[in-house]
Design a protein around this ligand. Structure first.
Ligand SMILES: Cc1ncc(COP(=O)(O)OP(=O)(O)O)c(N)n1
Ligand SMILES: Cc1ncsc1CCOP(=O)(O)O
Ligand SMILES: [Mg+2]
Length: 209
């Protein structure tokens, strides 16, 4: 089964919690709460409700960046970038069952994610996106082929999740590179009907479900 992670990105139209509800209604079962610029108090309040909504649907909720808040909201894990807390340090705080994702742009990042015990790698950006500032170099399809080959050489099973500017039409060709799933935000929250779009994306990723 291929993976789909939805990443919240509050807009004028939708709050983070609106987006969590819509993603769940559309069938997504892996959500990242990403509240850049929010205070810890805001993340605590929204995060507790997001976890409640997700767990009610047997979905997984991971929090972006803020390791210390994960136990306080009951998150299933955290996503950490190259300038965030190292994965190994987060593991000591969150324990062996936490799902810890690491951002990967290069083979060097991949090796570090493996060494530090990450559970998956968010590999991007695939293409330009306005959802994140200060983007690393774009990977494109060749970048994914390169990371898949490097993973094979390392003989490890770390799931690779493509991210960055991905739309529904991109999914088949991205998955054909050998990555294990995709993470998406903007193309869902900007869709005319996000719940329907999410439903179509779920079907595209796992047509037999
Ligand atoms: C699945 C996934 N992959 C990559 C990222 C980016 O994380 P990071 O590099 O720490 O940047 P911010 O998201 O914190 O701005 C991610 N969040 N999720
Ligand atoms: C968080 C993040 N990290 C790399 S690209 C990106 C944004 C993903 O959102 P979108 O699907 O809207 O490009
Ligand atoms: Mg980060």
């Amino acid at each position: 089964m291929k993976h789909l992670q939805f990443i919240t990105h509050a807009t004028d139209r939708y709050t983070d919690l609106d987006e969590v509800r819509m993603a769940l209604q559309g069938g997504c079962r892996w959500i990242q709460l990403r509240m850049k610029g929010a205070t810890d108090d805001e993340v605590l309040s929204v995060g507790r409700e997001a976890v409640r909504l997700c767990h009610h649907q047997h979905a997984t909720l991971i929090l972006d960046d803020r390791v210390a808040l994960c136990p306080l909201i009951g998150a299933d894990g955290v996503h950490l970038g190259r300038r965030d807390m190292p994965v190994a340090e987060a593991r000591k705080i969150l324990g062996p069952h936490a799902i810890i994702g690491a951002t990967v742009n290069t083979v060097e990042d991949l090796c570090r994610a493996v060494d530090e015990g990450a559970d998956y790698a968010g590999c991007g950006p695939f293409r330009f996106t306005t959802t994140k500032e200060h983007l690393a170099p774009l990977l494109g399809l060749d970048g994914y082929r390169h990371l898949v080959a490097a993973r094979k050489k390392l003989s490890v099973r770390l799931p690779l999740i493509a991210i960055g500017g991905i739309t529904r039409d991109d999914i088949p060709v991205i998955l054909s590179t050998g990555v294990d799933g995709v993470a998406m935000s903007g193309c869902i929250v900007r869709a005319a009907t996000p719940v329907e779009e999410m439903h179509k994306i779920c079907k595209t990723i796992n047509p037999t479900l």
